[in-house]
Design a protein around this ligand. Structure first.
Ligand SMILES: *[C@@H]1O[C@H](CO)[C@@H](O)[C@H](O)[C@H]1NC(C)=O
Ligand SMILES: *[C@@H]1O[C@H](CO)[C@@H](O)[C@H](O)[C@H]1NC(C)=O
Ligand SMILES: *[C@@H]1O[C@H](CO)[C@@H](O)[C@H](O)[C@H]1NC(C)=O
Ligand SMILES: *[C@@H]1O[C@H](CO)[C@@H](O)[C@H](O)[C@H]1NC(C)=O
Ligand SMILES: *[C@@H]1O[C@H](CO)[C@@H](O)[C@H](O)[C@H]1NC(C)=O
Length: 428
């Protein structure tokens, strides 16, 4: 990629990729939803610790900066690829413990994506006329309204009985415009003090994660550089500014506080997203109490399930497909060639069709481990955008400049590497 276009890109890529994720998440099936373990499980095992001072945490937190008098609602709004699923899974599984131990209520239940399903998507349907997701779910008007009613009713019951309530969905960040926020606000009532929490991840690794996420299900994926280049062609807002949701939240003034936080900084601090949401954003703890809170939340956090394949595996699929196409082009009669099915495939479909070639296939991952890769730190590419974000928000910065992104180094390939890749392609 020419360096001039790279530099030009650096201003826009974050916004563009964010926009792309919107489309992506409409296209792709929802991540598999984990069955609920229910809030009832945790109630029992920590019963003996009940009442150990959580009321003092609550009062301390709610008097710290809040001018409003109602319960405090902390909304985590994403974006995707910042550990959101793990965080939501933590909240669902540990709702009872959070209530007992820290006096924090979780405003949704059942599944980790419940807020998207029961509040964010139905609300944008009813309030904004946004039909895409609802259509793909095949719900009637009445069913959507019923879902929304149930979602809000559960949230409202928590707001009625608790001083601190948490909601989490990347669908807020992705879908909500000012109209949606106003609709949301009128549902929960003006008394409620709202705090929004929005994450920021190093642009290079965030983009690589997004690239990886869409490529996982794609049997004809793009290279990382063309993925980046493609997003430059999508228009950005006229200020050239990227973090649209963060700016909107600040502009709207519906929130007592909007807290931007660096995902990479949290990692350096050994603080999970859940620990930040609970110990910092909700409870406002400091010193020893914060340490205790962080450690106990981290200790209960589950490992991330949504693990991405190595980046080089995406290149292996891409190169195997090129290889196959060249073979096909050299044939006079291609009727003997086995097809290469192209498309986005669900986990479910892929598990039933092992011949579908994507970067999650074990044979592909094996080859990815044997080919030469080049590792680059794309941080420079996004430097001005990153500078702008941290200076605008005042959020704490990570000390490291981000991770290397390793992709196939085709220039260093030897014949044996091409042979490994060629073996993956269907007979032709
Ligand atoms: C919450 O409280 C309000 C007023 O105090 C009441 O109208 C509403 O029915 C309650 N909602 C739930 C779900 O408990
Ligand atoms: C939302 O913002 C747009 C422009 O950003 C503006 O035209 C519109 O009037 C706003 N709507 C509301 C309900 O504030
Ligand atoms: C985070 O954990 C790692 C490994 O456990 C440790 O080396 C590092 O010092 C910790 N960092 C902080 C800020 O606690
Ligand atoms: C969370 O709170 C702790 C304790 O006050 C602080 O050290 C840490 O920097 C906070 N985290 C962030 C991201 O602000
Ligand atoms: C192509 O090969 C198949 C057998 O593999 C044969 O049946 C078919 O007639 C051939 N077509 C042409 C145009 O030669």
């Amino acid at each position: 990629m020419p360096s001039s276009s790279i530099r030009w890109m650096s201003f826009h890529v974050y916004a563009l990729a964010l926009a792309f994720i919107v489309m992506l998440c409409v296209l792709l099936p929802l991540a598999k939803l984990a069955p609920t373990l229910g809030r009832s499980i945790d109630g029992a095992d920590k019963r003996e610790q009940r009442g150990r001072g959580h009321t003092s945490f609550v009062s301390q937190a709610s008097t710290s900066q809040m001018p409003c008098k109602g319960p405090k609602l902390i909304l985590h709004v994403g974006p995707p690829k910042t550990g959101t699923t793990a965080l939501q899974e933590f909240l669902v599984k540990n709702a009872g413990w959070l209530q007992d131990q820290w006096g924090v209520s979780v405003g949704f239940h059942g599944r980790e994506k419940a807020v998207g399903k029961n509040i964010a998507h139905p609300l944008t349907y009813v309030c904004n006329g946004n039909t895409a997701k609802i259509k793909s779910w095949g719900l009637s008007d009445e069913q959507v309204k019923q879902r929304l009613k149930e979602g809000f009713s559960y949230l409202q019951s928590k707001l009625n009985s608790s001083q601190l309530v948490l909601l989490s969905s990347e669908a807020f960040g992705r879908l909500f415009d000012n109209k949606s926020w106003l609709c949301f606000n009128s549902e929960i009532g003006a008394d409620t003090c709202q705090t929004a929490v929005i994450f920021h991840r190093s642009s290079a690794t965030w983009n690589a994660a997004c690239w990886s996420e869409i490529s996982k299900h794609d049997s004809s994926p793009q290279s990382f550089s063309s993925y980046l280049a493609e997003h430059v062609s999508v228009p950005v807002d006229k200020h050239g500014d990227s973090d649209v949701q963060l700016q909107q939240l600040n502009r709207l003034r519906l929130f007592a506080r909007v807290i931007p936080v660096s995902y990479d900084y949290l990692k350096e601090l050994n603080c999970s997203g859940a620990a930040f949401l609970i110990c910092n954003a909700s409870l406002g703890l400091t010193g020893k109490k914060w340490l205790q809170c962080r450690n106990s939340v981290n200790g209960r956090s589950t490992k991330l399930r949504n693990k991405s394949p190595p980046h080089a595996a995406i290149d292996v699929v891409r190169l195997a497909r090129d290889f196959y196409e060249i073979k096909q082009a050299l044939r006079v009669n291609t009727s003997g060639c086995k097809p290469w099915p192209i498309g986005f495939w669900s986990d479910d479909y892929m598990s039933k069709h092992p011949e579908i070639m994507t970067s999650v296939v074990p044979a592909v991952i094996q080859v990815a481990k044997q080919i030469p890769v080049k590792c680059e730190r794309f941080a420079g590419l996004f430097q001005s955008e990153t500078e702008k974000w941290f200076s605008r928000t005042g959020a704490k910065r990570p000390t490291s400049g981000g991770k290397d992104i390793c992709t196939a180094d085709v220039a260093s390939f030897k014949p044996k590497h091409w042979q490994l890749i060629g073996k993956l392609a269907p007979d032709c």
